[in-house]
Design a protein around this ligand. Structure first.
Ligand SMILES: [Fe+2]
Ligand SMILES: [Fe+2]
Length: 252
């Protein structure tokens, strides 16, 4: 819930330290609150996706706008990883370890992109942004199975598909540091999707569900958009998508 960027990242470091020193109280809370609006700075101003200006990479402003949109995703990703830790209270200890690890990596991503954006002459908050990632997080707060299917396995997995073409575009305009950062993001995001896949499968097993069918059912029931390619099959396979799922994605 911390609004201040620097304080938030600092407090997250404290949390990770507390975890590594085994200082967490693991007794489930009596009440878990819904979080329609997590802690974030006053800017960026949030607008509906259709109101986001479309800018090409051809101008310095367009280049910075792309970095800003990535910064916004990474910032939200810190919140969503922490929400997964806070909200779902009867998971095995390894689940919390995994999601705290994700939160730490998202914070690292955010700070790298923020710094790069700064070198391009802008700060996080200088452009508008949309709230889709958090909306889906909020809408999936009733069930860890639905959360794992839609947030890491659908939205973060989308990042695996779109990052390689973004890397090519940045390379084309000579943004070497941008290319370097996005490569790190892609590598780490494979891990985040894998965490989501692993806990999705765990929950399916607990509930005696067929994971292939459960994933399709959840997409049909809850996902607002179309599941659309092109997909990065190689990265998705590394992130734990089964052969059956890959074959299904190929039919979409
Ligand atoms: Fe990330
Ligand atoms: Fe991530």
């Amino acid at each position: 819930m911390e609004n201040d960027l620097d304080r938030k990242m600092k407090r997250l470091d404290g949390l990770l330290e507390g975890w590594s020193e085994d200082r967490f109280e693991m007794t489930p809370l009596e009440e878990v609150h819904r979080v329609p609006d997590p802690g974030r700075p006053q800017k960026p101003q949030l607008v509906p996706p259709k109101d986001l200006p479309k800018r090409g990479l051809g101008t310095p402003e367009g280049h910075a706008a792309l970095m800003h949109s990535i910064a916004h995703i990474e910032f939200n990703a810190v919140n969503l990883a922490l929400d997964a830790v806070y909200r779902f209270q009867d998971m095995p200890k390894a689940y919390y370890h995994d999601w705290l690890g994700v939160a730490g990596e998202e914070s690292f991503h955010f700070q790298m992109i923020r710094e790069h954006l700064y070198h391009l002459g802008y700060e996080y908050g200088d452009f508008t942004a949309h709230d889709g990632l958090w909306m889906t997080t909020f809408e999936t707060d009733h069930d860890p199975l639905v959360r794992m299917a839609l947030v890491p396995r659908t939205l973060e997995a989308r990042g695996l598909d779109v990052t390689p073409p973004m890397i090519q575009k940045l390379r084309a305009i000579g943004d070497k540091r941008g290319v370097e950062i996005l490569k790190i993001l892609l590598r780490d995001e494979i891990g985040h999707v894998e965490v989501g896949t692993r806990w999705f499968r765990y929950l399916c097993e607990q509930l005696d569900l067929n994971p292939f069918k459960a994933f399709q059912d959840i997409i049909q029931t809850y996902f607002h958009g179309d599941l659309r390619g092109p997909f990065n099959y190689e990265a998705r396979e590394q992130a734990g998508f089964s052969q059956e799922e890959i074959a299904w994605l190929k039919t979409l």
